[in-house]
Design a protein around this ligand. Structure first.
Ligand code: PRX
Length: 648
């Protein structure tokens, strides 16, 4: 079947930063001589000391070491704030739209400077120094941005933990990062509901014990009365009133850490993905400009939470490095009405809108009317990120939301990659619904088979990246060996993405999803092992195996097979109890959609669970189980198939 193709419109060819020939030339230059290309692109940020060594990277086998611009010095907060004061001090840096539509405010670059300096001074007065790790557990309020930038200003390393994670998950991340300083809010507000952030922090710190964290900074969001531990906890507004709005910036080496962000893998606990300073900033700034065809005067809105990498790279750092006006939204797409996204676009004249397929799929269900009753005339570009976008959702996004006028940039990347690696460029790339299309400058994707053989031309296999780009993660915090093992051992000498992909006759890439034990639920990454270990921690559970299954809105749903302890009986009540248990252990995003009680799990004679079979059953493909002859007890499969849970 011929793929549908959308040509670049004449209007877009006129206004875009690059046309197709421009893309090809720049791409060729970038892969032919990375040193020359990135030396030139590095000039887009301000360096205290210009780098002279550009690329020094090694993907192994053996040593894996990634360094970019290694003798340069700079500061990310200086680039995102101070540098703009002369030219755009009065321009709005952040538009904040509250959960309640009556609440919004604009923060200029000058105001941002004052706020970031105050936050930095408050931290500095409490002993935060360069290299220290600071945990940020915040709702989507401007103070979250101030906190991240304040860390960058001081050279402290932030670790933002998504506000939807449980006290347990938060505690694990605080401990792994050994962070002594925590920034939070009294409560968060989402869709009219309150999120007990400070209560969760208290519970997390109880779990950790009193030794580690010595300061908790609490931003008042709802004004709820919360427990304040004398000597440890302080309200931000009170502390900020006592410090100056000026604070010196630390001169950081390009390879000094900027942040740690925990993300799920196929095994073990979430990993602390570590990103550094210079390369990350050059890469996020360059991609933000070209992928979103950003011009001065645009109002740019990325709906991601700051707790995820998209919120780091494309809500905050990339846009602010470019002096953009970036919109931060506290709420959810469906509150107070299902038109909320489109109303916000009209209210603030948003020209670039970047969201996740799961949001599109859920809004699609309500039909066109809630969209069509808004204008959306300010929109020029639509973006998609986080999971494969099915062609049906793509078409709806294009036709209904964008009125057929706005190119969609389907951007493929990962927490580990720091920025976008495969994407269309508006004005340069013909679009195919469902394809992330072509590599960004400097990115060398390859499709390999299971043995690592590089496949040429039209092909399907696993996606690897053959060489480094500046925004790449540098290590797993505190565990470089795990970094090497996870990303560079499957295909030695190459970065393994964990994704499967197809490349078509035009050289376009189609990401088919994870090929490891990582689930993508509503664009949120979740390790099957994490959900399994939460389940087996329940006293009535003896064994659990978790797989994904296709879900109309979430992309993937969580399907859990649970074997109970001897003497325990399956019941609806227990099913509910287990769902609530996992929510409590990890957070609501990890709630199993379906739980099947199973007397036994399919195992090989050596005791290894055969997930392939469990996946097929969950996907309702029991007719296609393949070879089950290596199972220790093939009869368990019959019971599993008979008692399969229905999708809803
Ligand atoms: O499977 C890919 C999917 O999301 C994974 C990365 O998840 P995370 O680190 O949480 O980062 C999400 C935001 C960058 C990838 O391995 N993914 C991300 N973007 C796309 C995608 N799959 C298909 N198409 C995309 N555009």
């Amino acid at each position: 079947m011929q793929d549908k193709i959308y040509d670049v419109s004449p209007e877009w060819s006129r206004r875009a930063l690059l046309d197709d020939a421009g893309y090809r030339a720049k791409y060729e230059a970038s892969v032919k001589d990375p040193d020359a290309f990135w030396a030139e692109e590095a000039k887009r940020i301000h360096w205290f000391k210009q780098p002279t060594r550009i690329k020094n990277t090694n993907f192994g086998p053996g040593t894996v070491a990634i360094r970019w611009f290694e003798d340069g010095t700079t500061n990310v907060a200086y680039n995102c704030v101070d540098r703009h004061l002369d030219t755009r001090g009065d321009q709005v840096a952040i538009i904040w739209e509250g959960d309640d539509p009556s609440e919004s405010k604009s923060i200029t670059y000058r105001e941002l400077h004052d706020e970031v300096c105050r936050m930095a001074n408050v931290m500095r007065n409490r002993g935060v120094e360069r290299g220290d790790r600071v945990t940020i557990y915040m709702p989507m309020i401007p103070e979250a941005a101030y906190a991240m930038l304040a860390c960058a200003r001081l050279g402290a390393v932030h670790s933002v933990v998504f506000g939807g994670f449980s006290p347990d998950s938060l505690a694990g991340r605080i401990e792994d990062a050994q962070s002594k300083f925590v920034i939070t809010a009294d409560e968060g507000l989402r869709g009219g509901r309150k999120v007990p952030l400070k209560v969760n922090v208290d519970a997390a710190l109880d779990r950790i014990g009193s030794k580690l964290v010595d300061h908790v900074l609490v931003v008042r969001r709802t004004g709820a009365a919360v427990n304040m531990e004398p000597g440890r906890d302080v309200y931000y507004d009170e502390a900020a009133a006592m410090v100056s709005g000026d604070c010196p910036v630390e001169e950081m080496n390009a390879e000094d850490p900027l942040f740690i962000l925990y993300t799920s893998g196929s095994t073990g606990k979430p990993k602390g993905v570590m990103h550094t300073t210079g390369g990350y900033l050059v890469y996020t700034s360059l991609t933000h400009q070209y992928v979103f065809d950003y011009h001065d005067g645009d109002v740019y809105w990325c709906t991601a939470d700051v707790g995820w990498v998209t919120g780091h790279s494309y809500l905050l750092y990339g846009p602010l490095a470019n002096g953009a006006t970036t919109l931060m939204f506290e709420g959810v797409p469906t509150y107070p009405s299902i038109s909320r996204f489109w109303e916000v676009i009209d209210k603030h004249n948003v020209s670039i809108f970047y969201t996740a397929p799961t949001a599109i799929r859920s809004l699609m269900q309500a039909g066109e009317d809630p969209v069509k009753k808004t204008s959306r005339r300010s929109l020029r570009i639509l973006g998609s990120v986080g999971e494969p976008i099915n062609p049906e959702a793509w078409e709806w996004y294009y036709r209904v939301v964008g009125d057929g006028r706005c190119p969609i940039v389907d951007t493929w990347w990962q927490t580990e990659t720091g920025g976008i690696l495969i994407t269309p460029l508006p004005g340069a790339t013909k679009l195919k619904p469902g394809s992330a299309t072509r590599p960004f400058f400097g990115v060398k994707p390859q499709v390999v088979d299971a043995d690592g053989k590089v496949l040429e031309g039209k092909a399907e296999g696993n996606l690897v990246i053959a060489d480094s780009w500046p925004g790449q993660m540098r290590t797993v915090y505190g565990d470089h060996e795990r970094f090497v093992q996870t990303y560079f051992s499957t295909y030695p000498g190459k970065y393994f993405t964990g994704d499967g992909c197809r490349r078509d006759e035009d050289g376009y890439y189609w990401i088919t999803g994870r090929v490891d034990d990582v689930l993508n639920v509503s664009g949120h990454r979740m390790g099957t092992a994490e959900v399994e270990s939460a389940l087996v921690a329940h006293p009535k559970v003896s064994e659990a195996a978790v797989v994904g299954y296709p879900h109309d809105i979430k992309g993937q749903g969580i399907y859990a097979y649970v074997t109970l302890m001897a003497g325990e009986e399956p019941s609806e009540e227990l099913r509910k109890e287990l769902v609530a248990w996992v929510r409590r252990e990890i957070g609501p995003i990890a709630s199993p959609d379906l739980i099947q009680f199973a007397p036994g799990l399919p195992k090989t004679r050596s005791g290894k669970i055969m997930r392939r079979i469990l996946r097929k059953i969950a996907e309702d493909e029991a007719g296609n189980l393949g070879d089950t002859s290596t199972l220790a007890d093939p009869t368990v499969v019959d019971d599993l198939v008979t008692n399969r849970q229905n999708k809803r």
